[in-house]
Design a protein around this ligand. Sequence first.
Ligand code: ATP
Ligand code: MG
Length: 585
Amino acid sequence: MTWPTIHKSDEERAGANLPDYEAGARAFSWRQARAMLDGLPGGGLNIAYEAVERHVRAGRGEALALRWLGRDGSVRDFSYADLNALVNRFANLLASRGVGKGDRVFSLLGRVPELYFTALGTLNNGSVFSPLFSAFGPEPVRARMTIGGARVLVTSETLYRRKVEPWRADLPSLETVFLTDCSATPPTGTIPLAGALEEMPVTFETVRTDPQDMALLHFTSGTTGRPKGAVHVHEAVVAHHVTGRFALDLREGDIFWCTADPGWVTGTSYGLISPLTNGVTLVVDQAEFDAARWYAILQDQKVNVWYTAPTAIRMLMKVGASVAKRFDLSALRLMASVGEPLNPEAVAWGLEAFGKPFHDNWWQTETGGITISNFLSMDVKPGSMGRPIPGVEAGIVERLPDGGVREVGRSMTSGELALRPGWPSMMRGYLNEEERYRKCFAGGWYLTGDLAMRDAEGYYWFIGRADDVIKSAGHLIGPFEVESALMEHPAIAEAGVIGIPDPTAGEAIKAFVALKPGFAAGEELRKELLGHARKLLGPAVAPKDIAFRDSLPRTRSGKIMRRLLKARELGLPEGDTSTLEGEEH
Ligand code: ATP
Ligand code: MG
């Protein structure tokens, strides 16, 4: 099925931060974007200063920066001035312990208020912030903190005892551990954070960081293999700010909710930095996904802009559009999604449930911020990731046998998605992995490892990760297309598609599906699904086999791990599973 384009009204266009995509992109320069921010008094650029102190100095200290919703129903509000004081206290605390510029500060925390001000306090002090998923087991925590040369860790007593204490002696660089909550007898070698903060002054002069100084260390999701530690610098804040403004359409005073886990890059770029630089109120929910709770948050907090992920949208779809309709969601202006391909079915479901589509956007840990997006003012083609952010040049390339690359044309071409380096949030390296980093570049392009198609109007369409693409009977088949076709069947909640060796076709397509409530797995449904896929895709591209699963293996950032489906199917070693959801390592 081809999905009709969703047109935007003149009113929607006129009100958007980027009212005319083409004109905006033509007029844009990163130099002008930099001028939207203040820079440090006396020179330099620091993410934390732009996120918080700048607003306080401009007289916006009383505005609400963060509304934290506790799992138990409690609410804590922090104005920009409150947040500034806490950020400064933590920066003072680090400085008082001799932690300085470039030193690595890790967090191992769920969505608790401490995460937000310790992250920014770290940056304010010129130190480097690196977040970890609180659900990681001891080994992934140890491995990442060792690679990063952690000097400080902020965590809770429970997480510390289970995930750090067993190997602490192996990492002598880890001098200081702060605990956000602790019992009367905290473990030896740890410091209760609350008490230590109380003794600190509420003012701090932001450490003079250069735009090119390292600020953030983010590990990739590990979907395709061993995670990489991407290095980002303070200048990234320019891209965080601009993309928040253009792609998420953030406006001062907005209520913004980003549902990403703080343990991956979205949680920092858009769960923290971008919204605050744009002067909005950030809603943070401590609890895990729950459809009714989520709708209640959207309604009660009057969320204007909501940034979520396909995996969450598919869970909402499972519950049904009728649930959404019970809530007053009239404050919602923009709904955006990132992290995985967003099936056209899900975009259209947005229209049914909310009266507006989900806006897909594409980026990676490496790009540090949104690089391809559907904008509020731009017509949405369901299934497309949208068009490049102003200031980012994208292209479709093919790799040549001599190690170079060639652009394959500007219209209706498919190949590897490539970006011209030069936007501020681009990674500056993979920590301690120079060779792996170097391999990402050729012919003046950054090669993303994703395959995509560019249409005549410059919209980009995701095909699949280069590693996941299936070669069957002479066809190159992207799993996304097959998965999206399967998703159009009412029984299917989610689908993951892989290629398995086949003596005649080279590879045969196999699909793994999880069903919506009310549907029973069985031979009859399997046949029906195979027929449905054949009808939509044709025999060359349809799966030869479909297997039912209760759920599909995914990373903690919500991405289906096709390589794991494949390894399990073929009885091969599973590789790095440190980021696999639902398992302790
Ligand atoms: P690793 O690099 O360790 O294998 P990863 O690529 O999943 O893991 P991330 O940086 O978290 O790590 O994810 C970026 C990737 O997620 C992109 O390269 C792309 O494959 C996928 N992705 C993100 N957004 C979209 C989107 N809107 N549509 C399709 N794919 C997306
Ligand atoms: Mg990747």
